[in-house]
Design a protein around this ligand. Structure first.
Ligand SMILES: Cc1cc2nc3c(=O)[nH]c(=O)nc-3n(C[C@H](O)[C@H](O)[C@H](O)COP(=O)(O)O)c2cc1C
Length: 339
């Protein structure tokens, strides 16, 4: 039955005249599958289904009209969803369910089904209205997203575990060899790296990471909320490979600032900023600027091993570091090249 035939057959329900023409055109054009069932006929058969319904299910008009809509269900359809529909129909409620249905060719699809009662002017129930929407793709995407989140959580768990084991090994070895201070120094470096890596997990699938989040995590223990640390930068994304260089460098700079630099005084300040630079904005530049601390016009006796580690990691990432000891404080610029 076409929309035209349907409205001719049901003039009593105001499908006649202008609204009837509107109904006919809307039903024919919408991409939303729609059907109407007669609640007063035996087993509530479908009395009308539009073109989109036929395209969605693969059945012809003759195969649809006169049957109860449950013919779309199959062995894997969840009976709890069917029961929800049954209750809603009994209560004349509007309901939305996601139910597994089958096309004529046997293919399964997830149907976001919306059902509601239709009343006439006298307030009497005349039809149930159903609209069907294939949400199989949406559900697959949702499942993939969920899987990625679970993987990230698991990765995070294992990484924390690994960092804890490394810390434990370093501590015990340090104690047994009588080099506890050195062990602590190594552990602080390892933990700074751990914090930086932790921020990158959400984006592990893309390969690029938000460097600002990693920087904030590295410097978090040094930010006492007193205004002595200022961070400036946007949500810049950079390749994952730079995170170790940035992480260890900033950790060493912060540790040195506490020992000999700006943070060895109450007034000292550090400003850290990061930005994209170079051709196509592909380079990363991180600047560390100390001020208000002791005179830094000559290099302080900072730890040689720290600098050696920094230089090595930056060289590994094909980056560059410049240190300037200015009267106002140490200024360091780290550059990582275009990807
Ligand atoms: C207008 C209307 C549209 C419906 N559309 C669907 C549908 O697309 N898929 C489905 O599985 N069930 C659909 N149903 C639900 C079934 O027709 C039936 O009401 C349900 O299976 C509960 O009844 P039962 O327990 O007697 O099977 C629809 C019901 C109505 C009234």
């Amino acid at each position: 039955m076409s929309p035209e035939e349907f409205r001719k057959a049901h003039p009593e329900n105001e499908f006649a005249g202008a609204s009837g023409v509107l109904f006919e055109q809307a039903m024919a054009q919408t991409r939303m599958a729609i059907c109407l069932s007669d609640p007063h006929a035996e087993d509530m058969p479908i009395v009308f289904a539009n073109r989109a319904f036929r395209e969605l299910t693969g059945y012809s008009q003759e195969e649809i009209v006169g049957r109860n809509c449950r013919f779309l269900q199959g062995p894997d359809t969840d009976p709890r969803e069917v029961a929800k529909i049954r209750t809603a129909l009994e209560d004349e409620d509007v309901t939305v369910v996601e139910i597994l249905n089958y096309r004529k060719n046997g293919e399964k699809f997830w149907n976001a089904l919306h059902i509601g009662p239709i009343y006439n002017n006298a307030g009497e129930l005349i039809y149930f209205f159903g609209s069907q929407w294939d949400v199989s793709d949406v559900r697959a995407a949702r499942a993939e997203e969920l899987y990625a989140k679970e993987m990230a959580r698991e990765l995070s768990h294992r990484m924390k575990n690994m960092f804890a084991v490394i810390s434990g090994i370093v501590n015990i070895t340090g104690r047994m060899r009588g080099v506890e201070a050195e062990a602590r120094e190594i552990n602080r470096r390892v933990q700074a790296l751990g914090r930086a890596y932790e921020t990158t997990l959400d984006e592990a699938s893309s390969g690029d990471i938000a460097i600002g989040e990693a920087i904030r995590a590295i410097l978090e223990p040094y930010d006492l909320g007193t205004g002595r640390l200022k961070m400036q930068g946007n949500g810049l994304k950079v390749p994952f490979a730079v995170v170790s260089g940035v992480g260890v460098t900033l950790h060493e700079l912060a540790a040195n600032a506490e020992k000999h630099g700006a943070w060895s005084t109450d007034e000292g300040r550090v400003e850290v900023s990061w930005r994209a630079a170079g051709e196509n904005n592909g380079d990363l530049v991180v600047t560390w600027r100390e001020s208000g601390g002791p005179d830094a016009s000559s290099p302080s006796g900072d730890s040689g091993s720290g600098n050696a580690i920094i230089d090595r990691l930056i060289r590994h990432a094909e980056g560059n570091i410049t240190r300037e000891w200015k009267p106002g404080g140490l200024e360091v610029t780290i550059e990582f090249p275009a990807r």
